[in-house]
Design a protein around this ligand. Structure first.
Ligand SMILES: [Zn+2]
Length: 106
């Protein structure tokens, strides 16, 4: 008996190993964006590397509750992995839940 889809790997369910840094920091290579394969970035950021100059590359990913994305400076090509603070939304949910519980026990 053959099950359809049984040989499909659940790629999204793999543990943290999925968070692999695709940024390669090199000064002897031109900065290049080969997302999602790799991103070649200068080793050190410069004064141009502000939040305004950094552009989001690819899609925002979420693993184990952490949202992150890659950002590249449009001026010099310096790339960083940017993690979003994921706790904020959780706090909100917890607060609401507690408020609801207090209401229920009255
Ligand atoms: Zn820069």
């Amino acid at each position: 008996m053959k099950r359809i889809g049984s040989n499909l790997r659940p790629a999204d369910q793999k543990p943290k190993r999925n968070i692999k840094n695709i940024i390669v920091y090199k000064d002897d290579e031109k900065p290049s964006n080969e997302y999602p394969k790799r991103i070649v970035s200068p080793v050190t950021p410069k004064t141009c590397c502000t939040d305004d100059n950094r552009e989001l590359v690819g899609q925002v990913k979420e693993i184990d509750g952490f949202k992150f994305c890659y950002k590249i400076c449009v001026e010099c090509g310096h790339a960083v992995r940017y993690f979003y603070p994921a706790i904020e939304t959780n706090d909100e949910a917890v607060r609401e839940y507690r408020a609801w519980k207090r209401y229920m026990t009255q």
